[in-house]
Design a protein around this ligand. Structure first.
Ligand SMILES: Nc1ncnc2c1ncn2[C@@H]1O[C@H](COP(=O)(O)OP(=O)(O)OP(=O)(O)O)[C@@H](O)[C@H]1O
Ligand SMILES: [Mg+2]
Length: 255
């Protein structure tokens, strides 16, 4: 939890500066045939101890606007490693990643962080909500961090919570919500700043199949209404059915 808190503090201080750029990017017209993200020949090698560990071994992929794309593969196959790179959290050892034409493989940490804060939303397996804040306040926090003017918060927070079907639970804190409800707050939080790309690492792993299906239906709704592209990892074969495209990863490569 500690590192997340630190990141948020840093995020707040930078928030105002990036907001204008965010609005400009959001205003750009979306061409449905033009990829939002292009990954080519991406490799990732970790240096741990003596031996280099080759985790990604030549990944090619594309994300088109408003697609729901899934990455599946066994534990340790490299899904999270790839997702981190797509989200600009990490950089490839080799290969290129263009996000909206910007070379993530070539940009500094600061540059990628700025793009990430306005253009990308993240959802993790275990919700990542602030425990003492209500659902409303959790979503509001992400708007504050993205530098959205205060006057816009209320309407946007309410809109996002309605979108995920939680209007009636707005003032509940995480411990007063079910797992599926908490994950829906996390989704509202991740889309509040109007990212063009939403990345979700095993977002349904801790949920039963009915709640998982609810989350997938929320994803389909936000793709339609918020014009977002979603790339997620999953182990769940029943969920794969709703994907526009499934990339199957085996040992650091797609098959
Ligand atoms: N920072 C790191 N340093 C060294 N090795 C790493 C690092 N991050 C990941 N790895 C290794 O890379 C491999 C792939 O890890 P990754 O987390 O991408 O797998 P995954 O497909 O997401 O698995 P899971 O389904 O269990 O989440 C693992 O063997 C892991 O130990
Ligand atoms: Mg993983």
């Amino acid at each position: 939890m500690g590192w997340r808190r630190n990141r948020k503090t840093a995020a707040e201080s930078e928030a105002i500066e990036v907001h204008t750029q965010a609005q400009e990017a959001a205003a750009t017209a979306v061409d449905p045939a033009k990829p939002l993200l292009v990954v080519e020949g991406v490799e990732r090698t970790f240096q741990t101890g003596g031996q280099p560990l080759h985790v990604l071994k030549g990944i090619h992929m594309e994300l088109l606007p408003r697609q729901l794309v899934m990455l599946r593969g066994r534990s340790g196959s490299g899904k999270t490693t790839l997702l981190n790179m797509i989200g600009g959290l990490d950089q490839p050892s080799k290969g290129t990643i263009f996000f909206h034409g910007m070379p993530f493989h070539d940009m500094s940490d600061d540059q990628r962080t700025k793009v990430r804060r306005k253009e990308i939303g993240f959802i993790f397996q275990a919700y990542a909500l602030m425990p003492l804040l209500s659902a409303y306040e959790n979503v509001e926090l992400s708007l504050r961090m993205a530098g959205v003017p205060g006057g816009e918060w209320k309407a946007r927070v309410e809109h996002c919570l309605e979108l995920v079907g939680l209007a009636k639970r707005m003032h509940h804190r995480p411990f007063e919500l079910s797992g599926g409800e908490q994950q829906r707050v996390a989704i509202a939080k991740s889309i509040a700043h109007r990212p063009s790309l939403l990345l979700a690492d095993e977002p349904t792993a801790e949920l039963d199949s009915q709640m998982a299906a609810q989350i997938m239906s929320v994803f389909q709704t936000i793709i339609r209404t918020e014009q977002v592209t979603i790339c997620m990892t999953t182990h769940d074969p029943t969920i794969l059915e709703v994907a526009d495209h499934v990339y199957e990863m085996v040992d650091g490569k797609f098959i």
